[in-house]
Each structure stands twice: as structure tokens, then as C-alpha cells.
Design a protein around this ligand. Structure first.
Ligand code: IPE
Ligand code: IPE
Ligand code: MG
Length: 238
């Protein structure tokens, strides 16, 4: 699948991705699960570059869910350090590519101070960039996000709850709803990702494990998206 097989007028504005299958990829090779996460870094930056070249405006990835704390302590520790390391290694190159780095998720006490500081610095450094917005969902849960939004509304003393009011109180009110959500590794579920925002997203599931996923797989997913008829509850074009 080549990017030239895609309709350049119908590139999704926002693609969100559940990067899944790292553990199984490693297990298939007799390696520790963490090796799968390590291998996934190359997938992420290949796909991100592919998306950037296509002119995708927003790319959001699920890096760590509010449920992932249930994993063995050493894997959790690894993932915390791994995300720090990625920020340190890659923020300059993303900045040079004019990308904006953002985070969504709960900044609770379980997230190490050092990581929070790195997140803040990366956001600050890239704030003025006008290229692709790369959003990392870290300690993110769709239900937690809705709870936090409603709590903020309650705290502000509003009398009337509207969809707009909830949307304005999500973690990143500027983030447009995803047009396309991709999940890798042959799992057909959402796992608490962007529950509010995906109301009308097109869902594409790929059998490929995340460490094997490359920009060509992204193009295939976008092709599938382009072959869909989005109706938003109406009667559509065809
Ligand atoms: C996704 O891969 C990465 C994270 C959840 C951090 P997994 O670690 O879930 O891999 P599988 O699903 O066990 O293969
Ligand atoms: C979703 O994958 C979370 C991330 C990719 C970060 P999981 O592997 O944690 O989801 P389940 O447990 O299979 O639903
Ligand atoms: Mg998984």
C-alpha cells in the first residue's frame, strides 16, 4: 500500500491509535514482554512520520491506560521509564519537524514527578509549532476523563450541563474528535480510550502486532477509512 493510492482530499484530520500487541510480539520470540515495548518505538516514529507526510493534523496514541497499573510492578516501572526516555530522545527531532507534543491523562501521584516535568517541558517547548499535533494518552482513561470533566463542572457551579460544556472540560478541549481510530493486534475493543471523542469515529482493526506496524499499515487503514461512508446519523452521500 502506497500513500499515492490514497485520496489526498480525504485524509483524516485526526487519527487515534491503540498501539497493542507488544507483549505478544515479544513472547512469540521468546523475549521478555518489555522487549516488545522497546521494539514499538520504531513503529511509532515510522507511523508518525508517515502521518506527518500525509498532512494528518492530529495523531493521538494510547501509551498507558488507567488500567495498566494492574500489570506486574516491573513492567509498570519499565513503561514509566520508557516513556521518559522516549521524550528525552525524541522531543528535539519532533520539535524540528514543527510538531506539537501534548499529553492527555490524569496527573495523579502515581505518575513520577520527573515524568510530569518532562511532559510539561515538551509541551512548553513545542507549544508554538504549527505542524502535526502528537498527543500521548498517558495514565489515560475515557471514564476518568469524563469524571474529571463533570467534577470541574460541578466545582464551577454550573446549573446546566450541555454537550458543549462537557467537551470544553475534557483534558484537551482543542483536540478535534478522531475521524479514524486504529487498533492493532487483532483485539476488537476500545479499552477505555477516548470514549466521548469517538462517538462517530470510524474504527479500523488491524491484525498486525504493534512492533510490526509501519506507515504502509497506516496507509491501508486510511484506505479502509476512505472506502467508508460516514453518515453521522443522516442518510449519507451514496
Ligand atoms: C500495548 O501492548 C502496550 C501497552 C499497553 C503499554 P501490550 O503490552 O498490551 O501487548 P499485549 O496485548 O500483551 O500483546
Ligand atoms: C490498551 O491496551 C492500552 C494501551 C495500548 C496503552 P491493553 O492491552 O491494556 O488493553 P486490554 O487489557 O487488552 O483491553
Ligand atoms: Mg494489550
Amino acid at each position: 500500500m502506497l500513500s499515492s493510492d490514497l485520496d489526498p482530499r480525504r485524509i483524516p484530520v485526526h487519527i487515534a491509535c491503540v498501539m497493542d500487541g507488544n507483549g505478544r510480539w515479544a513472547e512469540q520470540r521468546g523475549l521478555p514482554r518489555t522487549e516488545g515495548h522497546t521494539a514499538g518505538e520504531q513503529s511509532l516514529f515510522d507511523v508518525l512520520e508517515g502521518a506527518n507526510d500525509l498532512g494528518v493534523g492530529w495523531f493521538t496514541v494510547y501509551a498507558f491506560s488507567t488500567e495498566n497499573w494492574r500489570r506486574p510492578a516491573d513492567e509498570v516501572q519499565f513503561l514509566l521509564r520508557f516513556n521518559e526516555q522516549i521524550l528525552i530522545n525524541r522531543r528535539d527531532e519532533m520539535h524540528e519537524r514543527n510538531m506539537r507534543i501534548r499529553f492527555i491523562g490524569r496527573r495523579d501521584r502515581r505518575v513520577p514527578r520527573r515524568l510530569v516535568r518532562l511532559i510539561d517541558d515538551a509541551e512548553e517547548m513545542t507549544r508554538g509549532n504549527s505542524g502535526l499535533t502528537f498527543t500521548v494518552a498517558f495514565n489515560y482513561g475515557g471514564r476518568a476523563e469524563l469524571v474529571d470533566a463533570v467534577q470541574r463542572l460541578v466545582d464551577s457551579g454550573v446549573r446546566r450541563v450541555t454537550e458543549k460544556a462537557i467537551a470544553r472540560n475534557l483534558y484537551d478541549p482543542e483536540m478535534p474528535d478522531p475521524d479514524l481510530v486504529i487498533r492493532t493486534s487483532g483485539e476488537y475493543r476500545i479499552s477505555n480510550f477516548l470514549l466521548w471523542e469517538i462517538a462517530y469515529s470510524e474504527l479500523v482493526f488491524s491484525e498486525t502486532l504493534w512492533p510490526d506496524f509501519r506507515r504502509e499499515h497506516l496507509y491501508s487503514a486510511i484506505k479502509e477509512f476512505q472506502d467508508r461512508d460516514r453518515r453521522f446519523g443522516g442518510v449519507g452521500e451514496s
